[in-house]
Structures are given as C-alpha cells and as structure tokens.
Ligand binder design. Structure first.
Ligand SMILES: N[C@@H](CCC(=O)N[C@@H](CS)C(=O)NCC(=O)O)C(=O)O
Length: 220
C-alpha cells in the first residue's frame, strides 16, 4: 500500500499513536511513519496543519486525512479487506463494543496511570475508581480469552482493532504493576511479547524527551 503516512507523537507517551501504528503493522500495510515530539515547536507548528483536532494520530492517504484512532482503524481495516475486525458479524459487533468502550472510558486508569512505555517498577495508589476500571478490563480480557481462546491468542482470536485499542492499557499495567487475574495476565503476556509492540518499546527507550507531568509513580 503506497502513500500511507501515519503521523504520531512521542512513542514513550503517546497512547493514541500506538493504537493505529500497531494495527497497521499487524495488517501488514506499508506506511511511512512521521513523528513529531510533544512539546516541541515542530509539533506546535506542523500538527495544526495536518490535523483539525491538533492531535495525533493522523493518517494521511494521498489527499485524504483521517484523524481519531478508531476512524483510522476502520479505514485501515477497509484497506486490508476488512481484516482489522473479526469476520463473524456477532464477534465483530463485540469487538467494536470493547474497542469503543476503551475509546470512551477508563478515565481513572488514564488519569492516574499515564502511558510511559519505557518505565517499569512504578507504583500508584489504588483508588476505588481505578479498581473499578481494572475490574472491567480484567473482565473483558479474561472473558474474551475464555470465550475465544480456541480461535487464537488475541481477544477475538486473530489480532484486531480491539487488541490495538487495549495495547496501551497493557503498557500501563506493565509500568505500574497493576493486578490481574491469571487469565487476563495470560493475555497481557501475549500483548507484551508481540514483536511490533516490542519494537515500539525499544524505540521509546531511545527517545530522550521527558515530560515531567507524565512521569508518575517513581519511588512511590
Ligand atoms: N480521541 C483522539 C485522541 C487523540 C489524542 O488525545 N492525542 C494526544 C496524544 S496521545 C495528543 O495529540 N495530544 C497533544 C495535545 O493535546 O496537544 C484519538 O482517538 O485519536
């Protein structure tokens, strides 16, 4: 696939950039990655020209611009003949439900446990809203493993948009050592062992930019 350009932010911190990047990798779509680091003049100058929301990610395809990670995921899936979602309509609806649930929810997790791809051994206080989010995430991961484990290692068997949406959650669980049930922990292992995610983490480790507000839980 020629002409696809994915605009992303700093890999260490950009949860939303990771989602379509990982999906494009899994779909085997060729794309050029263009990175703008947060807090730099380049980001401030260039992103407003590329994205109406002034946020990343944005997918450029010739003259077309697609923003919002789920919309990028849908477009990429269509380019790949629909393989970004399960083939079965019922499973597809469920996969979309959990993907959208991630996009719209889990506020406590997002606020308290910022993505910090290269960091491990961090700790945050367990609050009731955080525990509530984690319980729901565990129910999704372990429920999908229980119901679809025979189809393959991902939430709905093959890798789908649903897995892309939860990849940054897996990074948060890893960074802050958040507790999971045994079944959900097996899914976490699948995500963290993924070769593309490993590349992303390695790249984040090479980045030198540090955003102090996102550095949470060290020495806590
Ligand atoms: N709803 C958007 C969220 C995009 C978003 O919040 N991106 C963040 C980076 S992870 C961003 O660009 N932040 C820069 C800013 O707000 O200036 C999506 O799904 O793509």
């Amino acid at each position: 696939m020629s002409g696809l350009v994915l605009i992303i932010g700093t890999k260490n911190y950009s949860s939303w950039s990771l989602r379509p990047w990982l999906l494009l990798k899994h779909l085997g779509l060729e794309f050029t990655e263009r990175q703008y680091h947060f807090g730099t003049p380049e980001f401030a100058n260039e992103i407003p020209k590329l994205s109406p929301t002034r946020k990343v990610p944005v997918l450029l395809h010739d003259e077309l611009r697609v923003w919002e990670s789920l919309a990028i995921g849908e477009y990429a899936s269509e380019l790949a003949g629909g393989s970004g979602w399960p083939a079965d309509a019922g499973l597809r609806a469920q996969a979309r439900s959990v993907a959208h649930e991630m996009h719209a929810g889990f506020r406590a997790l997002r606020e308290n446990c910022p993505v910090n791809a290269r960091a491990t051994g961090r700790h945050v206080a367990m609050t009731s809203p955080l525990e509530h989010d984690l319980r729901r995430i565990d129910a999704i991961w372990s429920g999908c493993r229980r119901d679809h484990g025979e189809r393959g290692p991902w939430l709905f068997g093959d890798f789908s948009n649903a897995d892309a949406m939860y990849a940054p959650v897996a990074l948060r669980v890893r960074t802050y050592g958040l507790p999971l049930s045994a079944l959900a922990a097996r899914y976490l292992e699948t995500v963290l062992d993924d070769e593309h995610l490993q590349h992303w983490i390695r790249a984040a480790e090479q980045e030198s930019i540090v955003i102090p507000e996102e550095e949470v839980g060290a020495g806590a």
